[in-house]
Design a protein around this ligand. Structure first.
Ligand code: AKG
Length: 280
């Protein structure tokens, strides 16, 4: 299993990520990693635990399964989040000397799943603020745009927008009525003021996005599973910000952090990569 991305991340990649708020880095994981994590996904689907969210409506075909904080109870997800090429990739794209693990999240759409991932930004969901946060969406299966590939509105992380959070199962807990709803960008594809970017992925490719970049994904009408794990990392300016209508984190950070503290905390948001340690 490889320790570092199989291909070097270049200065051009970093510049493209800054500009568009999303980039696909190919070939980050070898086949051994993909096999190990697909087996971990199988286990997760069989035994989803208390944080699972099933977004498939009763009677609908397929299954849209989401889960969070798997690293806290599953050793393979733990290795993936803390001892794989991911933390180094996050630090390189964010240009940081250290990054902590914020959390991991699974997005599995079984064949025939009709439910979409609505257009959204990530930051409004989180008890966190900051620019130095990155999500690494790892394709564990081949993914095409037709088979629920994620699509991004390039540059939307710089619009100064903070849209209302919306979960695929429309959980009212996340609805902050004081925020503007995110437009349905699927209806705005012909509008020349927006540039949409997406990538067909092979297993082991990683799409990296800024927490304010608007993104969404369609249904999975294909006959194969679409499995992805998003792992989120935090750097220098990321701060704990426990607002109403946000996700609950595991490990009770609210007992140990106050608003404005850095997003790093032993056992909860653990340090995942440090340049000094990596060089040693
Ligand atoms: O995979 C999906 O459907 C959504 C992924 C996503 O929203 C994310 O990784 O932030």
């Amino acid at each position: 299993m490889n320790k570092h991305p199989l291909r070097r991340v270049t200065a051009e990649d970093v510049a493209r990520f800054d500009e568009d708020g999303a980039i696909c880095i190919r070939n980050v994981f070898d086949q051994e990693w993909c096999g190990r994590m697909n087996a971990a996904v199988e286990r997760l689907l069989r035994d989803p635990g208390s944080r699972a969210r099933e977004a498939t409506k009763a009677g609908d075909p397929g299954r849209f399964h989401m889960n969070v904080f798997m690293w806290r109870w599953d050793p393979d997800f733990r290795e993936f989040a803390l001892n794989s090429p991911l933390p180094e990739l996050a630090a390189t794209l964010l240009n940081q000397d250290r990054v902590s693990l914020f959390y991991d999240q699974a997005f599995i759409k079984e064949p025939g799943t009709r439910e979409v991932t609505q257009w959204h930004q990530d930051l409004p969901f989180w008890p966190a603020l900051g620019n130095d946060i990155i999500s690494l969406w790892v394709a564990l299966t081949p993914v095409t745009l037709e088979g629920s590939g994620v699509e991004y509105v390039a540059g939307s992380h710089r619009w100064g927008k903070f849209y209302q959070a919306i979960t695929p199962d429309k959980d009212a807990k996340f609805t902050n009525a004081s925020l503007e709803s995110c437009p349905d960008f699927s209806r705005l594809k012909g509008d020349p003021q927006y540039r949409f970017v997406s990538w067909d992925c092979d297993a082991g490719d990683v799409i990296c996005h800024h927490p304010l970049t608007v993104h969404g994904a369609g249904a999975n009408p294909l006959s194969a599973r679409r499995a992805a794990i998003s792992v989120r990392y935090a750097g220098r300016d990321a701060r704990w910000d426990p607002r109403p209508h946000v996700m609950k984190c595991e490990g009770e950070p609210e007992a140990r952090l106050k608003a404005g503290d850095p997003l790093v905390l032993d056992g909860v948001f653990p340090l995942a990569w440090e340049r000094a340690r990596a060089r040693a």
